[in-house]
Write a protein that binds this ligand. Structure first.
Ligand code: SAJ
Length: 404
């Protein structure tokens, strides 16, 4: 196959993006360092959980428009869709973007388009431009380089990839326009042009804004707990105001985006990003607080009943109705509770996963029946309308019993 597009990274974003482009009859070569991922995809199967994706991958692979490999080959468009984690000190780690770029530098030719979609600290696209021209100076002014962040919500990726607006920032106007005409073929949402630095910052700001708003809700939950006010009722009432829209508190903020991206701003601009940094602290603290609450309820139970309680931990995923445990506050809380255990019996529940390496999982109905203390960490649909006996101690950290 002669690919028109090469995507580097076949994860939660790279795979759906590759499949979408290939579904339009464009030859796509998807590249990943993991051989088993490559093999799975070449069999028309997928290694992640995402509604509707497998069907599209199978079709594109069997029609010959989509192929996976561990090595890139020459194409006209290169999309960098690799992870950008942070290091121990919360500084962004762009080594995967660098490695992916180094891998394609020898393949670049006049007229090519190079796009980064990975969440990246400000200035990354310009850095990669320098890297490319340092080893291929003859390409200066001859190729197009742009940044276009992904914005899709896990669980709704195939819809949002097509329908969401995109922000596209080139290192120069010609690059922006070239990237816009590329996305135009696959995206129905509006394409907004800007420069590379603004597009990079835009992605970080979108997720930081959500983090700050969730931190506000989590802060309210801490205040309300002390003030003996039902935070869910309070937020519902406050949101009746036409210009107030408070989000929902939970057991912390997880996932690989919102709990990570704000640090890309805070680590570089610590003096200027006080609210963003504090929001991260509040959301992290909320998980500690939940773990402490469970611990306190255990002690109270023992004092009252003269025996150890049994505890149900309801949910491990980072948000409702998914199987993704990355950066999950619920998983963190479960670990903490088990670490602090005084040989009490714990029932760990995650209806979206059948087996886990560390946690022995049990059925959610059985856990609710057997446990003295039931801690709801994630508002999975299975947990709604559960019959819970009055004598049980219920800790509802995600509002599953309270939502209107
Ligand atoms: N959460 C709350 N309260 C809320 C909403 C969410 O506690 O009211 C928690 C969730 O339980 C979860 C975390 O926040 O732990 C993040 O969940 P999410 O649904 O808000 O977002 P993600 O991480 O699944 O996806 C986000 C999205 N960004 C925004 O909504 C601004 C998505 O559009 C991005 O594409 C994605 O990050 C990404 O890849 O960056």
């Amino acid at each position: 196959m002669n690919p028109k597009v090469v995507t580097i990274g076949l994860g939660y974003i790279g795979l759906p993006t590759s499949a979408l482009i290939a579904s339009h009859g464009t030859n796509v070569l998807g590249v990943d360092i993991n051989q088993s991922v490559v093999d799975t995809i070449n069999q028309g199967k997928i290694h992640i959980v995402e509604p509707d994706l497998e069907e599209i991958v199978l079709k594109a692979v069997s029609k010959g428009f989509f192929k996976a490999s561990t090595k890139p080959t020459s194409a006209d468009v290169y999309l960098i869709v690799v992870p950008t984690p942070f290091k121990g000190n919360h500084e962004p780690d762009i080594s995967f973007v660098e490695a992916a770029t180094n891998g394609i530098i020898p393949l670049l030719k006049k007229g090519d388009l190079y796009i980064i979609e990975s969440t990246s600290p400000i200035g990354t696209t310009e850095k990669m431009q320098e890297l490319i021209f340092a080893s291929r100076p003859e390409l200066e002014g001859e190729i197009h380089i742009a940044y276009c962040p992904e914005r899709v919500l896990p669980g709704n990726v195939m819809h949002e990839l097509v329908e969401n607006d995109r922000v596209i920032g080139g290192v120069d106007e010609a690059s922006t326009q070239k990237a816009i005409s590329f996305y135009r073929k696959y995206v129905k949402g509006e394409l907004h042009s800007t420069n590379a630095r603004t597009a990079e910052m835009c992605k970080l700001v979108e997720n930081s804004s959500r983090d700050v708003q969730i931190a506000f809700a989590n802060e309210l939950s801490l205040i309300c707990d002390k003030a003996d006010i039902n935070v869910w009722e309070l937020i519902n009432l406050a949101n009746k105001h036409p210009r107030v829209n408070i989000l929902q508190p939970g057991c912390g903020v997880g996932g690989h985006c919102i709990a990570v991206d704000p640090y890309f701003i805070v680590s570089v601009y610590p003096m200027e990003s006080k609210i963003i940094g504090t929001a991260r602290e509040v959301n992290n603290y909320k998980s500690f607080w939940c773990a402490e609450k469970i611990q306190n309820e255990k002690l109270k139970f023992k004092l009252k009943h003269g025996r150890k309680p049994t505890i149900a931990i309801m949910g491990l995923a980072f948000k409702p109705n998914i199987d993704d445990l990355r950066e999950s506050p619920a998983k963190f809380i479960a670990q903490k509770v088990l670490q602090n255990s005084n040989n009490e019996e714990h029932f760990i529940v995650e209806p979206n996963i059948s087996e886990h390496k560390v946690f022995k999982l049990i059925d959610y109905k059985e856990a609710v029946e057997k446990a003295d203390i039931i801690a709801f960490l994630v508002a999975h649909k299975e947990f709604k309308n559960l019959k819970i006996l009055k004598e049980k101690v219920v800790l509802d950290f995600c509002g599953i019993l309270n939502k209107n």
